[in-house]
Every structure is written in structure tokens, then in C-alpha cells.
Ligand binder design. Sequence first.
Ligand code: GLN
Length: 298
Amino acid sequence: MATAEPAKKVWTILDLITWGTGYLTEKNIDDARLTIELLLARVLQLQRIQLYTKFDQPLSETELASFKALLKRRLNREPLQYILGDTEFMGLRILVGPDVLIPRPETELLAERAMILLQQMPATDHPLSILDLGTGCGCIAVALARKFPQAEVTAVDVSAAALTIAASNAALHGLEANIRFIQEDMAALSADRFPRPFHCIISNPPYISAEEYGQVAPEVKDFEPGIALTDNGNGLKFYPTIAHLAAGALAPNGFVAVEHAFDQSTAVREIFADHGFTDAEVIKDYAGIERHAVFRKR
Ligand code: GLN
């Protein structure tokens, strides 16, 4: 005689939000509830906000299995942005994957400052010309190209895989014709490589020292590309390269804007001063830490 199968527990959206939030919190995963909601929204192909109108909707077995698989990846410390495949930078959707650094909120401050300075740039016969060194996913280049549709943006990265993603992001925002990508080690570039001087050179280079890199969170260490994060040295390797290029390739009134680590402000200013950039503007990040430096060409 066949025995009846015990009834399978039905999980509604609300059940999973409640259970999952508790579970991720217990496992010390940041932003537990937001994470659960975004994963559920992805599985159910809903906007996150729509979950709130469908709290009682049960998940099918397939949906439940997909949700569990995504949850397991996050529990394994994979960054949420890689699981979702995208993130936001300056209000723009930006595709990401393990070949590129996930854009950080503080980098928006760098891009915002560059936008303001570019807006103030005295008009010339030439369109604005912008160089992004170490573009990664292309978030800075895309944000600037969107803001200045007439600008000529050049984006450089040593990683072909990163440039593939950057190009997808340019395409996603209809900017294929606005951004030129160059696969090159920035140290191999020289000013004569470019047809025209730049009004803005911008860079968020790998600046974590070898020593600090040993201590970063597992999400970063185990999943994000080391090549985008550390110079395997003292963290300052790329600044002389950027300063040298800027000295040769900036237009009159042009500026160079860089991000750096929490303890590199003085060292970065000294490096740029060695290349003739004595006029520094320092920008603090959301934690009040000196995080960016902008130098004007005199
Ligand atoms: N800010 C990033 C981090 O702390 C590092 C970015 C970089 O090296 N350019 O993980």
C-alpha cells in the first residue's frame, strides 16, 4: 500500500524574506534583507519593489531551487554584484563579472568632481577629450561619456577580459561610438600615442599594497581580480606612470584626477609634485578619509 508523501512545505515570498534575512544575518553577511530581496527578485524576474505586492505568492520548486543556488553562492562569500551580474554607478546600470572590480560608491565622488571640472572647462574648438586609465568595467568612462555626449573618451586597460565588459557597458548605454578602448599596460603608453591632448585624465588604479591585500575581506580577496586591486608592492606603483603621462598629455587647463588608498594622500601628492603638479585638490570619501587627488595643469 502506497503511503502518502508528506506534504512539501510551501514557501511564500514573505517566508523566504523572513527566513533568509535571519539566516544571512546569522552568517554575518552584510545587508541581509536587501540581499534576499534582490536574489528573490532575480529568480522571479520581478522588480524588487514588486515583491511587496506579492508577499503571499508561493515559489515553485524550480524557483526555490534557483533561489537556493544563488543564496549558496552568497554564503560562499561571492559578492552580490557578481551573482546578479550588474550593479549601479552614478545611477547607471553597469554589468560586472569576476574579470572586473566592482565599482565602489566612493569612486562616484571622483567621477562627480571630474564632471564639475569638465563643465567649467573653457570652450575650445575641439571637443572635450578624456582619458580613463585602468578602466575595468568602464564605469567612469561610461558615466563621463553619458554626461558629455560630444566628448571623445579613451579608456585603457591591460586586461582584454575587462575591456570586453567595458565595451558591453558602452553598448548598453549606446556609447559605442563615444569611447575608444585600448588594451595596453598604462606604463607602455606615452603622450605621442594620442592624437590630441586631454582635458581630463582620470584613474582608479590598483592601489592596495601587497601587505594590505593580505587583509582584505574574503569577498574581495577570493573573488575580485587581484590585478585590479593590488600592485603587489607598496600600492603606489601606478602614480608615477599616471603623473608622467599627465605631464605630457594634458591640454592647457586640463586636470588629472586619481583615487588612492586611505593612507596615500601625502605620498601621491609628492609623486605628482615631482612631475610638476604642485596644485592639488584633495577630496574626502564618505568616511571622511582623503581618497582622491585632483591636479591642474598650470
Ligand atoms: N577601493 C577598493 C577596495 O577597497 C580598491 C580599489 C582599487 O584598488 N583601485 O577594495
